[in-house]
Design a protein around this ligand. Sequence first.
Ligand code: CTP
Length: 227
Amino acid sequence: MGFSKAIITSGPTREWIDPVRYISNASSGKMGFHIAEEVARWIPETVYIRGLVQDEYKNPNTSRRISVETTSEMCAAVLSEIGEDTLLIMAAAPADFRPFRSEDSKIKKEEGSETLVLEFVKNPDILKTVSSKIAGEKIQGCCLVGFAAETNSLEEFALGKLKSKNLDFIVGNYVGKNEKGFGEADTSVVLYSSSGKVSEFGPLSKQEIASKIVDFLKKSGGGRNSG
Ligand code: CTP
């Protein structure tokens, strides 16, 4: 069987604290961009849903591109695109929390106070939301792929996420404890299905890693929990 559509998410989301400040993360969008370009060569209808990626990763050669800001917006965009026979690759780094209150005016420094306490609420987990929709509405032929960037216990955390988010595959990679951000450097990844480790490659550039991940997915035949 083949996929009629692919959705690739990429980059960080942004959650506003007040009109001039936000919380986000250091994802560049590089991995998602290269995966989107590779997938578009295989699946003509490929939708790239991007958060605030770096300029050079904004416009992969895909049939459509959707720009979002917050995790809730990304979640809504993915939910509206998901359908039968869809491959979803969540390479984005959505912010897990948003400020409990987004202030209408700029937060001012308080005289005599050396700290600022902000309260955050959990954002939706996009993959979990999509998994539930697929199960609830019996949407056939989907394949959900997640990423797990970990500083330690890669296999344990990656397999935990694969299970809790009900994924077909998860791409695990170690991020150095001493590196800040997600980095431009070469990387190594391990692919897991529910039966454990299924492949690994690297160290290679993110572009080469993207091509190998997509080759693996092509050969795997995809399909819900077929791993
Ligand atoms: N993800 C998602 N929705 C979120 C956060 C993450 O769908 N709100 C996706 C990411 O795109 C990635 C996978 O879930 O494919 C794992 O993301 P990660 O941030 O590693 O996992 P979390 O579930 O947020 O766990 P933690 O931050 O506690 O490690």
